[in-house]
Design a protein around this ligand. Structure first.
Ligand SMILES: Cc1ncc(C[n+]2csc(CCOP(=O)(O)OP(=O)(O)O)c2C)c(N)n1
Ligand SMILES: [Mg+2]
Length: 583
């Protein structure tokens, strides 16, 4: 058999198996060494490929597709720094538990470490940031090797999805010539069944352990369910009945997907960040038990509060075999599928419980929410927090809201109140980077019905390159850039007390005119001047489709002032509540 045939059969077997195992989308960046894989992927009858030239953006774009579809997405690039540019998105995918199949092409072994062009050491390139690394064998024709390449594909896809999901890396040494046979198609007679059927079980506790937990919780009235970053549609439907049965309110992070949708929001506490911000005393709010699901919540006041509760039993439930407890508050680490845990426990509990404790949280939430809204309603000028409230009013049902790090995600935490619009809120909260946010949001928008991105100016600048995907793939997205000309978050931090170097080191104003960049990518750009203007611009953007960027100019110092005034007002109201006759 000739080289070209061997190359084709071997790589086509691999690609067919990716598809058989559930991969539907591949993000490809152009290059030479990856030629045979790229051509065969493009030629596959089922796989959809998306070109993204900048590998850094490409990997975030793939991350966004995988987040939106909740399916593994493959990535392909050539050798050298191309592969290194995947790094930030891989780090994010690992921590955020997003399945990516990273395929890098490489020189064959005889051309390594001898100064060959575009050759870097790609073995374990991403270190511990991937779940699995395989240095693939060179293409061979024996059945055993075809079986090997196929089962490696199956394993890679399966492993990427197994809890905790994450990225896997397969490095492909490929010898020249690099052109595969495309006529007739290598896939014509290929089996569309996986080489090996993989069945995945789920972790759950034995019945007697569940019974013990149930007995314990039945005797505790003051409990809280804390839901951090978790994005499983079945979880929402499982945790709500549990909270009702226990009578424990749910502290719902915006990334728990519990703040939006066709759900009864009675049990949802969405204003905990404001409630706990300036809490004078924990006495009245001391729970006896906390049941926590998902990654750590965004809110710092919440994490500090949980950390302070030294005598509270604290159950952490999660399926992935990791230890997510940076506040070291856990008293029980329970490795169980979250949905199964909730359903099983709910089934064991007797009647629904209504308690004074629950009512108190509901009343506090109401007070905090109303105070926040009252403060916000008074604001006439453009304001960062108010953007969230005004945007929410205009977002259609079933939208996606991708949220940038820094102040946008914090403002969403504070101002994105429970609603019935069925909006899915996503963010890169694995490593909290301000890089790759535009590309991830564009990846989300690829199959999203209606997509929005709320992002700060520096984060927008960081991934301007990512906008090319919107132009190349005719994506529909409305990007709201909160332009406070620099890093607004730092104005909330202690370094503000060192004015000498503050602007140079932290404020970092760029004075960029974004309209030029947006126009370069055929996007529509609008800098708004009033709330009316903002509302109209959103409506027009939804109508127009394509790439729409709406800039909201704000001021960093003023933003701190508004936030502080609001928090003070909320704590005054909370104190008044506790001093009153309500208890
Ligand atoms: C890749 C990366 N670099 C640096 C940081 C540190 N950082 C966190 S927030 C921030 C400023 C972000 O500014 P902007 O996007 O304008 O949001 P704002 O703070 O104004 O809300 C920086 C530099 C980070 N999180 N990620
Ligand atoms: Mg900013």
């Amino acid at each position: 058999m000739k080289h070209q045939e061997i190359l084709t059969n071997y790589l086509a077997g691999f690609i067919q198996e990716l598809s058989n195992s559930g991969v539907e989308d591949v993000v490809i960046s152009p290059g030479s060494r990856s030629t045979p894989l790229a051509l065969l992927i493009a030629d596959h009858p089922k796989l959809k490929y998306h070109i993204n030239i900048d590998e850094r953006s490409a990997a975030f774009f793939a991350l966004g597709i995988a987040k939106q579809t909740r399916k593994p997405v493959a990535l392909l690039c050539t050798s050298g720094t191309a592969a290194a540019n995947y790094f930030p998105a891989i780090v994010e995918a690992k921590l955020a538990r997003v399945p990516l199949i990273v395929l890098t092409a490489d020189r064959p072994h005889e051309l390594r470490d001898i100064g060959a062009p575009q050759a870097i050491d790609q073995i374990h390139l991403y270190g511990k940031h991937v779940k699995w690394f395989v240095e693939m064998a060179l293409p061979e024709q024996e059945k055993e090797m075809i079986d090997y390449v196929r089962t490696t594909a199956t394993r890679a896809v399966h492993f990427s999805m197994q809890a905790p999901a994450g990225p896997v890396h397969l490095n492909f040494p490929i010898r020249e010539p690099l052109i595969p046979i495309l006529e007739p198609s290598a896939f014509t007679n290929m089996d569309s069944q996986p080489a090996v059927a993989v069945l995945q079980g789920q972790a759950f506790l034995p019945s007697r352990e569940m019974e013990k937990i149930c007995d314990r919780l039945q005797n505790i009235e003051k409990g809280l369910i804390v839901c951090g970053v978790i994005d499983d549609p079945k979880f929402v439907a499982a945790v709500l009945p549990l909270s009702e049965a226990l009578g424990y309110p749910i502290i719902a992070d915006p990334l728990s997907q519990l703040r939006s949708g066709h759900i009864s929001d009675n049990m949802i506490i969405d204003s905990y960040d404001a409630i706990l911000k300036d809490l004078q005393t924990d006495q009245q709010l001391m729970p006896d038990v906390i049941i926590r699901f998902g990654g750590m919540p965004v809110s710092k006041p919440l994490t500090k509060y949980m950390k302070r509760l030294q005598h509270t039993e604290h159950y952490i439930i999660e399926e992935g075999n990791e230890w997510r407890d940076p506040i070291k508050a856990g008293t029980h680490m329970i490795y169980s599928n979250e949905v199964m845990f909730c359903s099983d426990l709910t089934d064991r509990l007797k009647e629904k419980r209504m308690s004074r404790w629950l009512e108190m949280w509901q009343e506090l939430n109401q007070i905090a929410r109303e105070t926040v809204m009252h403060e916000i309603n008074d604001i006439q000028e453009l304001d960062e927090g108010k953007v969230v409230i005004e945007l929410l009013k205009k977002m259609p049902e079933n939208s996606h809201l991708f949220v940038g790090n820094s102040m946008p995600i914090r403002d969403v935490d504070t101002f994105f109140h429970a609603n019935h619009s069925n909006i899915r809120v996503l963010a890169n909260r694995g490593a909290n980077g301000i890089d790759g946010v535009v590309s991830t949001a564009l990846g989300v928008s690829l199959y999203g019905e209606s997509s929005f991105l709320l992002i700060g100016d520096l984060s927008f600048f960081h991934d301007l390159n990512g906008l090319l995907a919107a132009k190349m793939h005719q994506l529909n997205i409305t990007i709201i850039v909160i332009n406070n000309n620099g890093g607004g978050i730092f104005s909330f931090l202690p370094q503000t007390s060192e004015p000498k170097h503050f602007e140079a080191l932290f404020g970092t104003p760029t004075d960029l005119e974004f309209s030029n960049a947006v126009e370069m990518y055929n996007g529509n750009y609008k800098k708004v001047e009033s709330w009316n203007d903002f509302h109209r611009s959103i409506e027009e953007a939804i109508e127009r489709k394509g790439l729409n960027v709406i800039e909201v100019p704000t001021n960093r110092e003023k933003n701190v002032e508004v936030h502080r005034k609001m928090w003070t007002q909320v704590s005054t109201e909370i104190e008044r509540y506790f001093q009153g006759s309500h208890l």
